[in-house]
Write a protein that binds this ligand. Sequence first.
Ligand SMILES: Nc1ncnc2c1ncn2[C@@H]1O[C@H](COP(=O)(O)OP(=O)(O)OP(=O)(O)O)[C@@H](O)[C@H]1O
Length: 322
Amino acid sequence: MEPEALLSVRELRIAFDGIEAVRGLSFDIRPREVLAVVGESGAGKSLMARALLGMLPRGAATSGTISPDLSAHRGHRISLVPQDALSALSPVHRVGDQLAAAVRSVARVSRKEAKARAVAALDRVGIPDAARRARAYPHEYSGGMRQRAVIAMATVNEPGIVVADEPTTALDEEHRDQVLELLAEQREAVGAALVLVTHDMDAVGGHADRVLVMYAGRLTELGPADQVLARPRAPYTAGLLASLPRNAAPGRRLPALPGAPPAPGTPAPGCAFAPRCPLAAGPCHTAEPEPREAAGRLVACHRWEELPHPAHDLFLQEPQPA
Ligand SMILES: Nc1ncnc2c1ncn2[C@@H]1O[C@H](COP(=O)(O)OP(=O)(O)OP(=O)(O)O)[C@@H](O)[C@H]1O
């Protein structure tokens, strides 16, 4: 039986000036899961994440449903860890006061209690001497501490869902792992689900329960992260994995997924990935594939059964003569 959904997205479409950037996306977020959302730049990951929070940019027209609609409960039942930790904190207020204000915006508690919760949240994310640090301003924190403070802010009200939009883009590998571990740990501590938006496929392994692969505003593959990573069923997922440097065969050039995603609004009668897909044939050029149950997951591909395993060779490029 399917686990009960914490939140359901159905047929979500997001357009600007009539040009659709998210084109009929349906998926569930399950309680306490870590759902990674991956795909190349422009796939619509951030727009989808912002739609969950009710934070779409001006001019966005939407259709479809997100239920329950938590946008009125932002900071309480759903919260955001943004890409840029600095922009998430006000430079003119003490970190502890910002957290306490966040607590008092959703709970009728005394100032003293709000401060105590703020300090506890800072302590929980590993800020040393949290009671004293709570009285400091963001510029008095190191970059790593600010990142921790932002995660404390996103979890202080014990939301059901934390959305992290590219939280590690600006970080090196070591710090990236630390932040992902901290996010996972905090998610566990407050019992939230985590939606982890990233274009970094490497961040998915070991950190996510399920992975949603998006391409050109649509679902390409959605399933258990370990299974999808070990044996992708959609050619696009296989291409993303083949593009990871660690999958380059000795003597081969650094592999790359050839081509680029289509610009939004580019009319294409078939599968949006077909122009880049080594398997594309027949219906791929005439009909956009819908997500279907396949191999214990959802896959939107007419020819998923033809995908060899491993599939890296389909995408790897031979060394070019010097
Ligand atoms: N404010 C906007 N106005 C017009 N078009 C927009 C706007 N925001 C996003 N788009 C369009 O939606 C597409 C998807 O944007 P989105 O930011 O969701 O992609 P993404 O998958 O998160 O990519 P990235 O990894 O680069 O953040 C963009 O390529 C752009 O064409």
